[in-house]
Design a binder for this molecule. Sequence first.
Ligand code: ARG
Length: 274
Amino acid sequence: MTTPHILMCPPDHYGIEYEINPWMSRTRGASPDHARQQWRNLHDTLVQLGVQIELMTPQPGLPDLVFTANAGLVFGNRFFSSQFTHPERQCETPHFDAWFAAHGFTVEYLPEGVYFEGAGDALFCGPTLYAGYRIRSHAAGHIHLGNVLQRMVLPLELVDKRFYHLDTCFCPLAPGQAIYFPGAFDNYGRTVLEKHIPHLIPVIESEAERFACNAVVVGKKVVINAGSDRLAADLHAAGYECHFVKLDEFIKAGGSAKCLTLRLDGEDAAVWGD
Ligand code: ARG
């Protein structure tokens, strides 16, 4: 196995400075010390699992830059830059683009006016791109990517505002295997998932609310926010080992383990080759 490679950004300027999803409330601010400690634990857990971490430089005034999953979509050495819905996050783009350009990626853009929030909403499971739309990303952007990459795209409408990015309610584990929270999708979306992914592990609502689906998968190890015992048991039965890291300071912003990372070499569940 080649060394898994992940991009993170230290939480030096992290905080709840605006409200762009139902989890965020300026009256419930984050504790900088706890956030720093929790982020460090996630970082160190990934390093222990053999992951090589790259670090972005934190920027003042960009509290959500820690959520590197939203930088864009990585495919080989191509980086498809996000086009954020909210002005509050749009200033992150030049920083992400500069990092990718400086690290040997070709930076590419979606058509103008199309919203797209990167690996938060676009996740490969096997050769297929599963694509969340309506709340943060437009379906048109996903279709565009499918054409450019010559991959099948399955757009999934996100119907519950709490699960506003696909990576808050769906997590590929391996080709043909994924975790999901059924309540975040409509009947059509659930049917699409059931039809295309033979091994689906459902998450109960109380654990989905703790961001159980927002997991970092490294081979057979799954790193998630603490407190999802039911999912841990189901994952164990499926041959996976859970590593819990307390990340409640980041849930205050609507993110957890997966959002704080961006896989640079392709998720284990993704099949990019022809
Ligand atoms: N506060 C950030 C936002 O609302 C959180 C992003 C979480 N990222 C994710 N990939 N789900 O945009």
